[in-house]
Design a protein around this ligand. Sequence first.
Ligand SMILES: O=C(O)[C@H](O)COP(=O)(O)O
Length: 345
Amino acid sequence: MAAGALHRSIRTIQLHGGSNDSASTKEFGNSSLKFISKGFAVDVKFLSNRSRSFSHCKMHVIRAISSHASVVDPIWSTSHVTTNFNQNTSIESSLILIRHGESMWNEKNLFTGSVDVPLTKRGIEEAIEAGERISSIPVNMIYTSALIRAQMTAMLAMTQHRQKKIPIIMHDESIQAKEWSQIFSEETIQQSIPVITAWQLNERMYGKLQGLNKEETVVKYGKEKVHEWRRSFDSPPPNGESLEMCSQRAVAYFKENIEPQLQNGRNIMVAAHGNSLRSIIMYLEKLTSLEVTNLELSTGVPLLYIYKHGEFLKRGSPVGPTEYGVYAYTRNLALYRQKLDEMVQ
Ligand SMILES: O=C(O)[C@H](O)COP(=O)(O)O
C-alpha cells in the first residue's frame, strides 16, 4: 500500500478515533505507542500529549503496516491496489454480496429478524457451494453482520477459496479484546483476511413478528398486509423496522465503511441478510421504492458487482470456478484467476 494511503488511513483513525480508537491513559504516558486500529498495525510518536484525547493528540506516524493482511496481497502486488490512492479513476474492485445460507428458522418458516439462529445442514452446504462459485474472485476484506448465520456463511464460503487465506474476525469491542487478538507474525498476517462484523448489517428487526410462522401470520392478518410488511419500503411490521429504517443503518454503514475500501481497490465480500442486502442493492442499483418491492434474494447465492469509475456494475452470480464468463468481465479478474491457476501448477 502506498505511503500516502497509509497516512490517509491514519488520518481517518485520528478523525474517527475519539470513541472507537481511544488509547488507554497508561499508553498516553509514553511518547510512543504501538496499536492496531482499523486493521493497521501502527507505530506512532506523540509530538504533543497535552490532550488526553486520542483523537486530538498530535502524532507522527512512524510506521503503519496493514494488519489486514490481504490489503497488501502478494497476488495483487503488481496491480492497482498499491497505486490507487490519488483518486485514480481506473481503480476497479470486486464486491460480492451474499445472503446467508438457509437458517434453522428459514427451514421452519419463522420470521427471524434480529434473532440469532444458526444455519441448517442445507444452509452449510449452500455456503460451501457459494464459496466454490467465488473461489477465483479476489477477496481482501470481509464484512458480516453480527449474527451467526451470516458469519457462518462467510467462514464456510472462504474454506473453498483458492487463495487459501484464513478469515480472521477482528475484535474491536474493547481495548483488551484488540490487544488480546493481536498477531505477531507479519507472514501470518499476510496469510489472513480480516473479517469485520457490524450490527448495522444485521437483518431488519422484525418486531412482534419474530418467532411467528409466516404462513400462520398470513392466515391471521391477510396476504396483502403480510406482503406489505415483508416487501414494502416504508411500512414497518408491528414494532419492527421497515426496509427504509433498515436501510438507514445498513446503507449508511456501507457508504461510510465499505465503499471507501472499494475506492481504494480492495475486493470485498459482504455476508448479510435478505433485507439489509436488499437495502444495499437498492442503493447500488439506484432502485426506486417501488422496484425494491420485487427484489427477492435467495439464501446462499453470491452476487458480484464491479466497482469502477464510482459506479457499481452488476455482474449477476458467478456460476462456478470453471465457468469462464465471469472472469471475462474485466481484465483484472481474468489476471487474478490466471495467477491462481499458475500458483497451483
Ligand atoms: O428474517 C427473516 O425472517 C428472513 O430472513 C427474511 O424474511 P423476509 O423474507 O420475510 O423478509
